[in-house]
Write a protein that binds this ligand. Structure first.
Ligand code: BGC
Length: 472
């Protein structure tokens, strides 16, 4: 039998292939004006570590759930899972719901609430990390709270011993203060022993002192146990991530940007390298970057750049991460509008072939920042190009253009070709002519007045003796 395709068919097949290629190349342009749709393909997902997560912060670790503005809704877990996250970290202030005196019983109703939240997260196949968060008293008086801390963990362990293995226990958020590394190493060992009585193989997350700083990893003693994960937090530079943070004294001033300069990148790489190196030297212990994020008082372009950079660099080193946090001050999700802050979400879980375009201006408003598909154009537009005052400010040009590819539409509007991350900045010029004219006029009037006044004085002097003469 002749297996060759008839000539006519070959031509048709070639034509179809050609059309298909054209369509696939054209589609990114069509998608450009729509919300981005596809998320990272399977092949781009991190291969080691256990993934990408988010903290549901400001909820169960507040003195009471809701007191800090976040009450966890059941649907959050579906929303989080559908967006592509596979870990959820739930900070919990157990110490506010346990008796002060032995046997330090945890309130049943509170346990019930946590059970409900965990079950909703597990329904979505998320890996769920519950921790002991904001146990401030133990940071001030570790010995005084030793037994209570262990009693809390004994109850939690017993309570969740039959839960699936994708529920993880994290011993204590950000040990610091009087809880020195020696004390913490002893306390965590005690806690691990207690947990192991009822949960022989459950994953336990531990982190170093000094607020889970990478620099204190060297002082952390890791129990001889196969199911330990080590966590650390990254908020570097603190002056950027915590600008305007009300809970920090003194609060770093607002306005600090993160541009991704070599020096800025190095700071982050250095911390991640310290963690990765430490893990290698300790038998490839799995690492979790349990918190990182930039507060909403920083500008969105900087937050996107920083978040994207930290997440990708962590992934390159096989470090799983949890963004701080879901829907409060650092929020990647807007709980009022019930939608993701897409720019931040995409920084965490990037869609394939998308790049961030940031448009910056020191004056007025500029639109067009965002994620765009490769091969499309981002339209960047200044709302106003002139500001009138004594020293008028006029838009001069955009810095960062590639005039071979970008298209200037009019003064203040440009279409930027997206072939990689792009940064475009409006450069302004101050016009001093008006100020100079006012100054010259002022000086002239001043000089005239001065001379008039002088002449007047002189003529008065001359008149005076005549008057006296007349009187004599
Ligand atoms: C604290 C939060 C704080 C965040 C960033 C967390 O560990 O518990 O209260 O907002 O770090 O500073």
């Amino acid at each position: 039998m002749d297996m060759r395709l008839p000539h006519l068919y070959i031509h048709e097949v070639l034509l179809l292939l050609f059309l298909a290629t054209l369509i696939s190349q054209a589609s990114p342009r069509i998608l450009c004006s729509h919300p981005l749709q596809t998320r990272t393909s399977e092949s781009e997902k991190p291969t080691s570590g256990f993934g990408r997560g988010v903290n549901i912060g400001n909820a169960l670790e507040a003195p009471e759930e809701g007191a800090w503005g976040v009450y966890i809704k059941d649907e959050y877990f579906r929303i989080i899972s559908e967006a592509g996250f596979n870990i959820i970290r739930i900070p919990i202030r157990w110490s506010a719901h346990a008796e002060e005196k032995s046997p330090y019983k945890i309130n049943d109703e509170f346990f019930g609430r946590v059970d409900h939240v965990i079950s909703k997260a597990l329904e979505q196949n998320l890996t769920v990390i519950i921790n002991v968060h904001h146990y401030e008293e133990i940071m001030l008086d570790p010995q005084g709270h030793w037994e209570r801390f262990l009693a809390i963990w004994r109850q939690i362990s017993e309570h969740y011993k039959n839960y699936p293995k994708n529920l993880y226990f994290e011993l204590l958020n950000e040990p610091h203060g009087a809880l020195t590394s020696d004390l913490w190493n002893a306390l965590l060992l005690d806690a691990v022993k207690i947990i192991r009585e009822t949960n022989p193989t459950r994953k336990i997350v531990i982190g170093p002192v000094d607020w889970n700083s990478v620099h204190s990893l060297k002082n952390l003693s890791v129990p001889d146990d196969e199911n330990i994960i080590v966590t650390f937090h990254l908020y570097t530079p603190f002056e950027f991530t915590h600008q305007g943070a009300e809970w920090v004294t003194p609060s770093p001033p607002v306005g600090r940007k993160w541009l991704g300069t070599e020096e800025e990148r190095k700071q982050i790489i250095n911390e991640l390298d310290i963690a990765a190196q430490w893990a290698r030297e300790h038998g490839e212990i799995p690492l979790l970057l349990g918190e990182f994020g930039a507060y909403s008082k920083a500008d969105m372009n900087s937050r996107v750049r920083w978040t994207y950079f930290v997440a990708r660099e962590a992934e390159k080193r096989g470090i799983a991460w949890c963004y701080w946090e879901f829907c409060a001050g650092f929020g990647v999700y807007d709980p009022i509008e019930n939608r993701w802050r897409e720019d931040l979400l995409n920084a965490l879980i990037p869609k394939e072939n998308t790049y961030y375009v940031s448009a910056e201006t020191e004056h007025g408003e500029i639109t067009g920042s965002g994620w765009y598909y490769k091969g499309t154009y981002a339209t960047i537009k200044l709302k106003k190009t002139e500001f009138d005052s004594l020293i008028p400010i006029t838009f001069d040009h955009f810095e960062g253009l590639n005039l071979d590819k970008d298209i200037i539409l009019d003064k203040g509007t440009v279409k930027v070709y997206v072939d990689g991350p792009r940064e475009v900045k409006a450069i302004w010029r101050r016009n001093y002519t008006k100020l100079a004219a006012v100054l010259i006029a002022g000086l002239t009037i001043g000089a005239l007045l001065f001379f008039c006044f002088k002449r007047l004085k002189r003529s008065k002097k001359r008149i005076k003796p005549d008057i006296f003469d007349a009187g004599v």
